[in-house]
Write a protein that binds this ligand. Sequence first.
Ligand SMILES: Nc1ncnc2c1ncn2[C@@H]1O[C@H](COP(=O)(O)OP(=O)(O)OP(=O)(O)O)[C@@H](O)[C@H]1O
Ligand SMILES: [Mg+2]
Length: 257
Amino acid sequence: MKGQQTVMELQNVSFAFTNASRGEYESMIIGGVSFSAKEGEFVSIIGPSGCGKSTLLRIMAGLVAARSGKVRYYGNEIKGPTEGISFVFQDVALLPWLTNVENVKLGLSFSDLDEEKQEQTANALLEKFGLSGFEHSYPNSLSGGMRQRVGIARAIASEPKVLLMDEPFSALDALTAGSLRADIVYMLKNKNISVSSVILVTHNVEEAVELSDSIIVLSDRPSRIKEIIKVDLPYPRNKRSRKFVDLTDEVYGLLTD
Ligand SMILES: Nc1ncnc2c1ncn2[C@@H]1O[C@H](COP(=O)(O)OP(=O)(O)OP(=O)(O)O)[C@@H](O)[C@H]1O
Ligand SMILES: [Mg+2]
Protein backbone atom coordinates (compact mmCIF):
# COMPACT_ATOMS: atom_id res chain seq x y z
CA MET A 1 0.00 0.00 0.00
CA LYS A 2 2.77 2.46 0.91
CA GLY A 3 4.52 2.11 -2.42
CA GLN A 4 6.65 4.51 -4.37
CA GLN A 5 3.88 6.76 -5.67
CA THR A 6 4.45 10.50 -5.35
CA VAL A 7 2.06 11.91 -2.75
CA MET A 8 2.99 15.60 -2.63
CA GLU A 9 4.85 17.53 -5.25
CA LEU A 10 5.92 21.16 -5.09
CA GLN A 11 6.97 22.85 -8.28
CA ASN A 12 8.76 26.17 -8.01
CA VAL A 13 6.51 27.43 -5.20
CA SER A 14 7.04 31.06 -4.25
CA PHE A 15 5.34 33.37 -1.78
CA ALA A 16 5.35 37.08 -0.99
CA PHE A 17 3.51 39.39 1.36
CA THR A 18 2.13 42.53 -0.22
CA ASN A 19 2.22 45.50 2.09
CA ALA A 20 -0.77 47.61 1.09
CA SER A 21 0.21 50.59 3.23
CA ARG A 22 3.50 50.82 1.36
CA GLY A 23 1.88 50.61 -2.06
CA GLU A 24 2.61 47.57 -4.16
CA TYR A 25 5.78 46.68 -2.27
CA GLU A 26 6.18 42.93 -2.03
CA SER A 27 8.32 41.21 0.50
CA MET A 28 9.50 37.91 -0.97
CA ILE A 29 9.45 35.14 1.59
CA ILE A 30 9.73 31.94 -0.44
CA GLY A 31 11.83 32.30 -3.54
CA GLY A 32 10.94 29.14 -5.44
CA VAL A 33 10.96 25.70 -3.87
CA SER A 34 10.55 22.31 -5.57
CA PHE A 35 10.56 18.88 -3.96
CA SER A 36 8.36 15.84 -3.64
CA ALA A 37 7.36 13.26 -1.04
CA LYS A 38 6.66 9.66 -1.95
CA GLU A 39 4.52 7.12 -0.12
CA GLY A 40 6.23 5.90 3.02
CA GLU A 41 8.54 8.91 3.14
CA PHE A 42 9.31 11.17 6.06
CA VAL A 43 10.45 14.60 4.87
CA SER A 44 11.74 17.34 7.17
CA ILE A 45 12.06 21.01 6.33
CA ILE A 46 14.70 22.93 8.20
CA GLY A 47 15.98 26.48 7.76
CA PRO A 48 16.60 29.82 9.47
CA SER A 49 13.83 31.48 11.48
CA GLY A 50 11.54 33.56 9.27
CA CYS A 51 12.50 31.83 6.03
CA GLY A 52 8.90 30.79 5.44
CA LYS A 53 8.73 27.20 6.69
CA SER A 54 5.34 27.57 8.38
CA THR A 55 4.06 29.46 5.35
CA LEU A 56 5.26 26.67 3.06
CA LEU A 57 3.43 24.10 5.18
CA ARG A 58 0.24 26.20 5.08
CA ILE A 59 0.53 26.37 1.30
CA MET A 60 0.77 22.56 1.21
CA ALA A 61 -2.32 22.34 3.43
CA GLY A 62 -4.23 24.59 1.02
CA LEU A 63 -4.69 27.22 3.74
CA VAL A 64 -2.64 29.88 1.93
CA ALA A 65 -2.22 30.39 -1.81
CA ALA A 66 1.24 30.41 -3.37
CA ARG A 67 2.29 33.48 -5.35
CA SER A 68 3.46 31.23 -8.16
CA GLY A 69 4.21 27.58 -8.73
CA LYS A 70 2.13 24.51 -8.06
CA VAL A 71 1.47 22.03 -5.28
CA ARG A 72 0.04 18.67 -6.31
CA TYR A 73 -1.46 15.94 -4.16
CA TYR A 74 -1.51 12.61 -6.02
CA GLY A 75 -1.20 14.61 -9.22
CA ASN A 76 -4.10 17.01 -8.52
CA GLU A 77 -3.39 20.66 -7.94
CA ILE A 78 -4.18 21.85 -4.42
CA LYS A 79 -6.52 24.82 -4.43
CA GLY A 80 -7.82 24.80 -0.85
CA PRO A 81 -8.11 22.51 2.16
CA THR A 82 -7.99 18.98 0.78
CA GLU A 83 -9.36 15.72 2.11
CA GLY A 84 -6.46 13.44 2.96
CA ILE A 85 -4.16 16.19 4.21
CA SER A 86 -4.03 16.96 7.95
CA PHE A 87 -2.17 19.57 9.94
CA VAL A 88 -0.63 19.42 13.43
CA PHE A 89 0.10 22.85 14.88
CA GLN A 90 2.94 23.73 17.19
CA ASP A 91 0.55 25.13 19.81
CA VAL A 92 -1.87 22.20 19.43
CA ALA A 93 -4.95 24.42 19.11
CA LEU A 94 -7.39 22.25 21.08
CA LEU A 95 -10.69 23.88 21.97
CA PRO A 96 -10.66 24.31 25.76
CA TRP A 97 -14.45 24.19 26.14
CA LEU A 98 -14.68 20.74 24.53
CA THR A 99 -13.66 17.49 26.23
CA ASN A 100 -10.70 15.58 24.85
CA VAL A 101 -12.88 13.08 23.03
CA GLU A 102 -14.93 15.92 21.54
CA ASN A 103 -11.72 17.56 20.35
CA VAL A 104 -10.67 14.34 18.60
CA LYS A 105 -14.15 14.10 17.04
CA LEU A 106 -13.59 17.51 15.44
CA GLY A 107 -11.20 15.69 13.12
CA LEU A 108 -14.17 13.64 11.95
CA SER A 109 -16.58 16.52 11.27
CA PHE A 110 -16.51 15.85 7.54
CA SER A 111 -16.72 12.07 7.72
CA ASP A 112 -19.90 10.13 6.95
CA LEU A 113 -19.62 8.12 10.19
CA ASP A 114 -22.66 8.36 12.45
CA GLU A 115 -22.37 9.87 15.92
CA GLU A 116 -21.82 6.52 17.64
CA LYS A 117 -19.07 5.43 15.22
CA GLN A 118 -17.35 8.80 15.60
CA GLU A 119 -17.36 8.40 19.36
CA GLN A 120 -15.92 4.86 19.04
CA THR A 121 -13.19 5.98 16.65
CA ALA A 122 -12.22 8.91 18.84
CA ASN A 123 -12.12 6.76 21.97
CA ALA A 124 -10.01 4.13 20.22
CA LEU A 125 -7.53 6.82 19.12
CA LEU A 126 -7.26 8.23 22.63
CA GLU A 127 -6.57 4.73 23.90
CA LYS A 128 -3.91 4.21 21.24
CA PHE A 129 -2.17 7.37 22.41
CA GLY A 130 -2.24 6.31 26.07
CA LEU A 131 -5.07 8.62 27.07
CA SER A 132 -7.67 6.16 28.31
CA GLY A 133 -9.49 7.63 31.28
CA PHE A 134 -9.09 11.20 29.97
CA GLU A 135 -11.86 11.02 27.35
CA HIS A 136 -14.26 13.20 29.26
CA SER A 137 -11.88 15.59 30.93
CA TYR A 138 -10.82 18.88 29.36
CA PRO A 139 -7.53 19.79 27.66
CA ASN A 140 -6.48 22.07 30.53
CA SER A 141 -6.27 19.05 32.83
CA LEU A 142 -3.60 17.45 30.60
CA SER A 143 0.15 17.96 30.43
CA GLY A 144 1.65 19.57 27.31
CA GLY A 145 2.68 16.18 25.93
CA MET A 146 -0.77 14.70 26.49
CA ARG A 147 -2.38 17.69 24.77
CA GLN A 148 -0.08 17.27 21.81
CA ARG A 149 -1.13 13.59 21.63
CA VAL A 150 -4.80 14.66 21.55
CA GLY A 151 -3.85 17.06 18.71
CA ILE A 152 -2.18 14.24 16.77
CA ALA A 153 -5.14 11.92 17.43
CA ARG A 154 -7.45 14.60 16.03
CA ALA A 155 -5.23 15.06 12.98
CA ILE A 156 -5.17 11.35 12.12
CA ALA A 157 -8.84 10.64 13.01
CA SER A 158 -9.93 11.26 9.43
CA GLU A 159 -7.29 8.76 8.21
CA PRO A 160 -5.26 11.29 6.24
CA LYS A 161 -2.59 10.29 3.76
CA VAL A 162 -0.39 13.26 4.51
CA LEU A 163 0.44 14.61 7.94
CA LEU A 164 1.89 18.12 7.94
CA MET A 165 3.51 18.99 11.27
CA ASP A 166 4.78 22.41 12.30
CA GLU A 167 7.35 22.01 15.11
CA PRO A 168 5.04 19.66 17.00
CA PHE A 169 7.64 18.57 19.56
CA SER A 170 9.43 21.80 20.30
CA ALA A 171 7.39 22.75 23.37
CA LEU A 172 7.71 19.30 24.98
CA ASP A 173 10.22 17.87 27.41
CA ALA A 174 12.85 15.54 25.92
CA LEU A 175 11.27 12.26 27.09
CA THR A 176 7.76 13.09 25.91
CA ALA A 177 9.08 14.40 22.60
CA GLY A 178 11.13 11.21 22.17
CA SER A 179 8.17 8.91 22.66
CA LEU A 180 5.93 10.95 20.32
CA ARG A 181 8.63 10.89 17.63
CA ALA A 182 8.69 7.11 17.89
CA ASP A 183 4.87 7.03 17.56
CA ILE A 184 4.97 9.09 14.38
CA VAL A 185 7.62 6.93 12.73
CA TYR A 186 5.68 3.81 13.76
CA MET A 187 2.52 5.26 12.18
CA LEU A 188 4.29 6.06 8.96
CA LYS A 189 6.05 2.74 8.57
CA ASN A 190 3.02 0.64 9.63
CA LYS A 191 0.95 -0.34 6.64
CA ASN A 192 -2.27 -0.66 8.64
CA ILE A 193 -2.30 3.07 9.35
CA SER A 194 -3.43 5.45 6.63
CA VAL A 195 -0.66 8.05 6.95
CA SER A 196 1.65 7.59 4.00
CA SER A 197 3.85 10.69 4.20
CA VAL A 198 4.86 12.98 6.99
CA ILE A 199 6.22 16.45 6.30
CA LEU A 200 7.73 18.01 9.40
CA VAL A 201 8.97 21.55 9.96
CA THR A 202 11.63 21.62 12.64
CA HIS A 203 14.49 23.67 14.05
CA ASN A 204 16.06 20.64 15.58
CA VAL A 205 18.83 19.16 13.42
CA GLU A 206 19.10 15.93 15.44
CA GLU A 207 15.35 15.44 15.25
CA ALA A 208 15.47 15.83 11.46
CA VAL A 209 18.29 13.27 11.13
CA GLU A 210 16.59 10.88 13.55
CA LEU A 211 13.27 10.87 11.69
CA SER A 212 13.70 11.73 8.03
CA ASP A 213 14.23 9.96 4.76
CA SER A 214 15.01 13.38 3.27
CA ILE A 215 15.89 16.70 4.86
CA ILE A 216 15.12 19.81 2.84
CA VAL A 217 17.56 22.52 3.94
CA LEU A 218 16.28 26.02 3.12
CA SER A 219 18.29 29.22 2.80
CA ASP A 220 17.47 32.56 4.38
CA ARG A 221 14.51 34.40 2.84
CA PRO A 222 13.59 34.57 0.06
CA SER A 223 14.13 30.90 0.72
CA ARG A 224 15.42 28.42 -1.80
CA ILE A 225 16.56 24.86 -1.32
CA LYS A 226 20.22 24.76 -0.35
CA GLU A 227 20.36 21.01 -0.42
CA ILE A 228 18.27 17.89 0.00
CA ILE A 229 20.03 15.44 2.31
CA LYS A 230 19.01 11.80 2.04
CA VAL A 231 19.22 9.79 5.26
CA ASP A 232 19.51 6.11 4.50
CA LEU A 233 19.70 4.62 7.99
CA PRO A 234 17.42 1.98 9.55
CA TYR A 235 14.99 2.94 12.35
CA PRO A 236 15.34 3.35 15.28
CA ARG A 237 18.50 5.32 14.58
CA ASN A 238 21.55 5.23 16.75
CA LYS A 239 22.46 8.85 17.48
CA ARG A 240 26.00 7.88 18.35
CA SER A 241 26.77 6.11 15.09
CA ARG A 242 29.43 7.67 12.87
CA LYS A 243 26.98 8.14 10.00
CA PHE A 244 24.40 9.87 12.24
CA VAL A 245 26.98 12.28 13.63
CA ASP A 246 28.38 13.03 10.16
CA LEU A 247 24.92 13.77 8.75
CA THR A 248 24.10 16.01 11.72
CA ASP A 249 27.34 17.94 11.16
CA GLU A 250 26.57 18.25 7.47
CA VAL A 251 23.12 19.78 8.13
CA TYR A 252 24.55 22.15 10.79
CA GLY A 253 27.20 23.18 8.29
CA LEU A 254 24.60 24.00 5.65
CA LEU A 255 22.55 26.03 8.12
CA THR A 256 25.43 28.07 9.38
CA ASP A 257 27.56 28.67 6.29
N1 LIG B 1 1.01 39.03 7.67
C1 LIG B 1 2.31 39.20 7.36
N2 LIG B 1 2.72 40.27 6.65
C2 LIG B 1 4.02 40.43 6.32
N3 LIG B 1 4.98 39.55 6.64
C3 LIG B 1 4.63 38.45 7.34
C4 LIG B 1 3.28 38.20 7.74
N4 LIG B 1 3.25 37.03 8.41
C5 LIG B 1 4.51 36.55 8.44
N5 LIG B 1 5.35 37.40 7.79
C6 LIG B 1 6.80 37.21 7.57
O1 LIG B 1 6.94 36.05 6.76
C7 LIG B 1 8.15 35.39 7.07
C8 LIG B 1 7.93 33.91 7.08
O2 LIG B 1 7.13 33.54 8.20
P1 LIG B 1 7.02 32.01 8.63
O3 LIG B 1 6.21 31.99 9.88
O4 LIG B 1 6.54 31.19 7.50
O5 LIG B 1 8.55 31.64 8.93
P2 LIG B 1 9.18 30.37 9.64
O6 LIG B 1 10.30 29.92 8.79
O7 LIG B 1 8.13 29.39 9.99
O8 LIG B 1 9.79 31.01 10.96
P3 LIG B 1 10.05 30.32 12.40
O9 LIG B 1 11.18 29.39 12.17
O10 LIG B 1 10.43 31.45 13.28
O11 LIG B 1 8.78 29.62 12.81
C9 LIG B 1 8.65 35.98 8.36
O12 LIG B 1 9.82 36.71 8.06
C10 LIG B 1 7.54 36.90 8.83
O13 LIG B 1 8.08 38.07 9.36
MG1 LIG C 1 7.35 28.68 11.79
